[in-house]
Design a protein around this ligand. Structure first.
Ligand code: SAH
Length: 251
């Protein structure tokens, strides 16, 4: 059995109890060394074999997992944050399907949740926006044209940009092309939940200089949206005049 496990955003105690249990029972762990906190490996058995996938190709990762499976061993494939976002898990699953090897996924706390926590932010504020767009600027991985930032930003939702701190020039140009104001609130969260976490609130017009001044190049998220700094309406859910399945209206 192979378990894909979400390692969480960084802090070693932000893995789920289930994820920690899988780590503690594993004979083999293949972890995304570029981003996963190595402290998590302290939960593993002392004779557990660990592999840093930052130095491996897909083929090499699969060879390790398939070999372990043949030997009846328990394998954890440890991915940063939640495996469903930019995790490259599907290609691994498809190969496991072909090999008739069973697997499961244990979710994790994504870095976009840790970034909101760092900023005490609610991504969805009543009367401001009820949607979050999770996306990235185009780098070596192409982004479908309809998902270009200039097309997505016209909606005025909160936007969380992964893998984009090296491409702020192009990001800002695309935001302006969508009609986003230079004063639109923005934030950069570097290594959310790690001991050396840094967070900066700025505007779209000062995004680039903020990243440059603070020397932020990777392991960071960019957040764009009014929710960072705006007035909003109180929620209906907790309004005394609002009835829910659980509570009657207060007269
Ligand atoms: N599956 C992961 C994302 C992997 S893609 C998740 O759910 O978080 C890698 C990108 O995620 C990084 O380039 C960076 O943009 C972001 N990232 C990962 N960990 C982060 C952290 N602790 N703080 C800020 N950004 C992070």
């Amino acid at each position: 059995m192979i378990n894909f496990v979400g390692a969480g955003p960084g802090a070693a105690d932000l893995i789920t109890l289930r994820g920690q249990k899988f780590i503690s029972e594993a004979d083999v762990i293949v972890y995304t060394g570029s981003l996963v906190n190595k402290e998590l490996l302290n939960y593993a058995k002392h004779d557990c074999k660990t592999y840093n996938s930052a130095y491996m190709t897909l083929e090499q990762v699969m060879e390790v997992m398939i070999e372990a499976e043949k030997n009846g061993l328990k394998t954890v494939r440890l991915h940063t944050g939640d495996p469903s976002l930019y995790g490259a898990i599907r290609e691994q699953m498809d190969i496991l399907d072909k090999e008739n090897i069973e697997y499961k996924v244990c979710p994790g706390v994504s870095s976009f949740c840790a970034a909101a926590a760092a900023l005490n932010l609610e991504y969805t504020l009543p009367s401001v926006t009820q949607s979050v767009i999770i996306t990235r600027t185009e780098g070596r991985t192409p982004v479908p044209p309809k998902e270009d930032i200039s097309a997505l930003a016209v909606h005025g939702t909160t936007m969380v940009l992964f893998l984009s701190t090296g491409l702020i020039d192009s990001l800002v140009k695309k935001l302006y092309a969508a009609g986003v104001s230079p004063d639109m609130p923005a934030a950069i969260v570097y290594k959310a939940s790690w001991p050396d976490e840094k967070k900066f609130v700025c505007t779209v017009s000062t995004l680039k200089e903020t990243a440059e001044k603070e020397n932020i190049k990777n392991t960071a998220l960019i957040i764009i949206g009014k929710v960072i700094d705006t007035e909003y309406d109180r929620s209906c859910l907790y309004d005394p005049k609002f009835e829910t399945l659980f509570r009657k209206e207060e007269k």
